[in-house]
Write a protein that binds this ligand. Structure first.
Ligand SMILES: NC(=O)c1ccc[n+]([C@@H]2O[C@H](COP(=O)([O-])OP(=O)(O)OC[C@H]3O[C@@H](n4cnc5c(N)ncnc54)[C@H](OP(=O)(O)O)[C@@H]3O)[C@@H](O)[C@H]2O)c1
Length: 255
């Protein structure tokens, strides 16, 4: 048996319990991974609080993981026992239900296609912090067809997704100028990620910004609420599709 965090009803964090679960056996194309670090994202708490996506109880929260392969199915080709891997293990079946339990456990099974070898220069904790947020961040650039040399305004540049958007814009997608918003304590942090300019949203109102941007990356769903009819705007405003907007609205509820 193994220990895992789980819940059997929706509600506040008090519904979480630590309990015993069988250690799962990897199927044909799956790995059994001993979890060294797991990370939580807003979706984990939202899913716990309300019936957010169809889920059967018990639910073990957690999408992100870094760990070590300890067993594998006969069809696995890319990994060996002992490999250090990381990834977002959440995948959904045709009914929209998560296929497997989450990562707040000692062991998880995962299809080999959902993980990658952990870079040597990342700790398990650093690696586990990345997958879902960086997938989300990259998806935005690709979906909105971001072009090298464009400038970008990032709403929420100090957050999990936003801090990666700033780094990707500057260091991977070749943005010519990166402006990001955050609160006062995060100004230096966001600059250190590569932002050319940081707007402290506790001191500057969006309505006061006059510049126009090639691309606005909104990680917190502020655009539909606050930025409509502002003088500051762009023809390319990216908010991460319907799913993201739904989750962002919940974020506003929480705040
Ligand atoms: N993390 C993921 O992988 C992922 C995936 C898909 C969708 N999403 C959704 O994307 C949203 C952001 O996720 P996240 O992980 O980046 O959350 P997060 O780490 O909590 O970041 C949210 C950021 O919003 C900023 N913020 C809050 N109020 C603001 C305001 N009034 N004006 C400007 N900025 C404000 C905060 O900035 P300060 O800290 O500077 O105050 C915070 O850093 C959530 O709704 C989440 O459900 C996240």
């Amino acid at each position: 048996m193994q220990k895992a965090w789980f819940y059997e009803e929706h509600g506040p964090k008090e519904v979480l319990k630590l309990g015993d679960f069988p250690i799962p056996s990897p199927l044909h194309n799956q790995l059994l991974v001993e979890v060294r670090a797991a990370a939580l994202n807003p979706i984990d708490s939202k899913r716990r609080q309300k019936p957010f996506c169809p889920s059967e109880f018990p639910v073990v929260p957690g999408c992100d993981v870094a760990g070590v392969v300890v067993a594998k199915g006969s069809g696995v080709t890319k990994f060996c026992i002992g490999d250090e891997v990381y990834g977002n293990i959440q995948d959904f079946n045709a009914e929209g239900q998560p296929k497997q339990l989450g990562t707040l456990a000692e062991f998880i099974v995962v299809e080999e296609s959902l993980v990658a070898k952990k870079p040597k220069n990342l700790s398990f904790e650093e690696a586990a912090s990345l997958p879902l947020a960086v997938q989300t961040a990259i998806e935005g650039f690709i979906t909105a067809d971001f072009k090298e040399g464009e400038n970008i305004f990032v709403v929420g540049g100090g957050g999990g997704v936003g801090s990666l958007v700033v780094q990707l814009a500057k260091h991977l997608f070749g943005s010519s100028y990166v402006v990001a918003t955050c609160s006062t304590p995060k100004v230096e942090f966001v600059k250190s990620l590569g932002a050319d300019e940081v707007v402290d949203y506790t001191k500057t109102r969006y309505e006061e910004i006059e510049e126009k941007y090639d691309y606005v990356y909104d990680t917190i769903g502020m655009f539909p609420l606050d930025l409509v009819d502002c003088s500051f705007h762009s023809e390319k405003v990216f908010h991460i599709e319907l799913f993201f907007l739904l989750t962002s609205t919940f974020a506003m509820d929480e705040s």
